[in-house]
Ligand binder design. Structure first.
Ligand code: CTP
Ligand code: MG
Length: 237
C-alpha cells in the first residue's frame, strides 16, 4: 500500500450502553469531565496518522455531537452521520460517506476512549506495510468455557490460542468495503469477523490494557483511575 491515500477512522458511537445502564447514550457519558466520545476522537486525531474521523452517532443526538466538535476542534476533519440499529450497521453507514482518496480505514469503538496514540499509529503502520486487516489483541486471562443453551459446559478451548480483540482495527479500504457489501446479516461485533469470512488474513498485533472497552459500571471507575494516573504522570514528568 502506498502512502498516497488518506487514512480515515470510523467511530461507531450509536449504541445505547444498556450494560452500563445509563439514561444518556454511553458515548456521551463523561469521564474526567469530558464525554467518552471526545476522548476517543482526540486519541485518534492526536496520533497524527488519522486525517479524518467519521462518527456514527445516535440519531437523536446528531446536533449535540456536531456541536461538541465544533466547539473543540479535534485536529482532524470530523463528520457525523446517524448510526443504525447494530454496530455493524453503524460502521456500514459511516463507511458509505468516505471520500474517494481514503485508502486505509480504521474502525474504533467510541467506548474505548483511552486507547494510547501509539496503538493507533502501530495499526496504521502495519496496514501501510501491506497487511489487509490488522487487529490489536491481548491474551485472555480467564479460562473460557463454551456452553449449550442449558448453560452446561460443552468445551474448554486451549487458552493459549485465544485472544481478546480490541480496536482500532485497521483495513485496506477495498477489503473492508467488499466485506461489508457482502455481509448477509448485521450481527458482527467487530469488523475483522467480516473480512475473515472472505478469506482475508487478519494480522494480530499486541494490544494495550488502556484500550479496554467501557461496558459495565466498574469500567468507568477504571477509566477515571487511568485518567488520574495520566494527570499525575504529566505533572511530575
Ligand atoms: N455501537 C453503534 N451502533 C449500535 C451499537 C453499538 O455504533 N447500534 C457502538 C457503541 O456505541 C460502541 C461500540 O459500538 O462504541 C461497541 O459496542 P458496545 O460496547 O456493545 O456498546 P453499546 O451497544 O452502546 O452497549 P450495550 O451493548 O451494553 O448496549
Ligand atoms: Mg452493544
Amino acid at each position: 500500500m502506498s502512502d498516497l491515500g488518506r487514512t480515515a477512522a470510523l467511530v461507531p458511537a450509536a449504541g445505547r450502553g444498556e450494560r452500563l445502564g445509563a439514561g444518556v447514550p454511553k458515548a456521551l457519558r463523561s469521564i474526567g469531565g469530558t464525554p467518552i466520545l471526545v476522548h476517543a476522537v482526540h486519541a485518534l486525531a492526536s496520533s497524527r496518522v488519522v486525517d479524518l474521523v467519521v462518527i456514527a452517532a445516535p440519531e437523536s443526538e446528531l446536533d449535540d455531537v456536531r456541536a461538541l466538535f465544533a466547539e473543540q476542534p479535534a485536529g482532524a476533519e470530523v463528520s457525523v452521520v446517524a448510526g443504525g440499529p447494530t454496530r455493524q450497521d453503524s460502521v456500514a453507514r459511516a463507511l458509505l460517506t468516505l471520500p474517494a482518496d481514503v485508502d486505509v480505514v480504521l474502525v474504533h469503538d467510541a467506548a474505548r476512549p483511552l486507547v494510547p496514540t501509539e496503538l493507533v499509529s502501530a495499526v496504521v503502520a502495519e496496514v501501510r506495510r501491506g497487511a489487509q486487516a490488522v487487529v490489536p489483541a491481548l491474551p485472555v486471562t480467564d479460562t473460557i468455557k463454551q456452553v449449550n443453551a442449558a448453560e452446561q459446559v460443552i468445551g474448554t478451548p486451549d487458552r493459549s490460542s485465544l485472544r481478546a480483540v480490541q480496536t482500532p482495527q485497521g483495513f485496506a479500504r477495498a477489503a473492508l468495503q467488499a466485506a461489508h457489501a457482502a455481509a448477509d446479516d448485521e450481527s458482527a461485533t467487530d469488523d475483522a469477523a467480516l473480512v475473515e469470512r472472505h478469506g482475508v488474513i487478519v494480522q494480530v498485533i499486541p494490544g494495550h490494557e488502556e484500550a479496554f472497552k467501557i461496558t459495565r459500571p466498574l469500567d468507568l471507575v477504571l477509566a477515571e483511575a487511568v485518567l488520574a494516573k495520566r494527570r499525575a504522570t504529566r505533572v511530575i514528568g
